[in-house]
Design a protein around this ligand. Structure first.
Ligand SMILES: C[S@@+](CC[C@H](N)C(=O)[O-])C[C@H]1O[C@@H](n2cnc3c(N)ncnc32)[C@H](O)[C@@H]1O
Length: 244
């Protein structure tokens, strides 16, 4: 068995197979931060080895902090619990950079599903107000969350999404459920569209290191690096569009 495939598929699925009908339900991951289990896709929203740890490693450290622009356009696939948006907004508030954050989500969570997530307690800032603001922001409109962070949540299906109303992306957080449960989201056609929408020098980061995903990203035009993954996972992927 390909090891990267093994890790890609097991850190978010196959954890205690506790499934009840009234989920999504909160579970504690190994770093103490919460995640949700989605009964429809049969997957956790994050790595069972640590939600905050994974999000910081894959999206903030290997993604956001490598983009040197003053103004950064981010596109997230799967707003979900809002964890990536929250950590990104905290990071933006520590800098003079301006971030425009677009996030697509097919199944927005209800308030009862996100309001008890412990993410604000897991960060030094304990910014519960910010976390709530991200979730309460109106869908489809650009909302100023702070001086450095604007958010537009888009309720749509990625497989049917037309990007023409959005600016070019400097960074893509590709945080869909795994290729096992959602193979249609990890296809070359999807990555072709994302590649076209990327600015020169733009990047895509994902927790998944599966060989077929790497090949699909390369086919779409990205130069792809395998990077060390977060604790519990050997590798992750980062793709870059040539800066011309
Ligand atoms: C791994 S979870 C998201 C994790 C999220 N970034 C977070 O920090 O909580 C994947 C997300 O993709 C969403 N999703 C599933 N299919 C989708 C689709 N076709 N288009 C857009 N979003 C989709 C799910 O509802 C879920 O919220």
């Amino acid at each position: 068995m390909n090891i990267s495939w093994y890790f890609c598929e097991t850190v978010r699925i196959n954890w205690p197979t506790i499934q009840t009908l009234d989920m999504p339900k909160i579970f504690k991951t190994e770093d103490g931060s919460d995640t949700l289990f989605d009964p429809h896709y049969g997957e956790y929203y994050h790595s069972i080895h640590g939600s905050v740890q994974e999000s910081n490693h894959v999206f903030i450290e290997s993604g956001l902090k490598t983009i040197k622009n003053q103004d950064i356009i981010i596109f997230e696939v799967g707003f979900g619990t809002g964890l990536n948006a929250y950590l990104t907004a905290l990071e933006a508030n520590k800098t003079t950079k301006i971030i425009q954050y677009f996030a697509i989500e097919k199944h927005p969570l209800l308030k009862k599903d996100w309001e008890n997530l412990n993410y604000p307690n897991m960060t030094a800032d304990h910014n519960t107000g910010l976390f709530q603001q991200l979730h309460l922001a109106e869908w489809e409109n650009k909302v100023r969350i702070s001086l450095n962070f604007n958010l537009q949540k888009i309720e749509a299906d990625l497989t049917e999404f037309k990007y023409h109303s959005l600016p070019g992306f400097d960074l893509i957080y590709f945080d869909a459920f795994s290729p096992v449960s959602q193979p249609e989201l990890w296809q070359t056609e999807i990555f072709n569209q994302l590649f076209r929408q990327c600015n020169p020098g733009g990047r895509i980061v994902t927790y998944c290191a599966k060989g077929s995903v790497r090949r699909a990203l390369i086919e779409a035009g990205f130069m792809v690096e395998r990077l060390p993954g977060p604790p519990g996972k050997r590798e992750m992927l980062r793709g870059s569009k040539s800066a011309l």
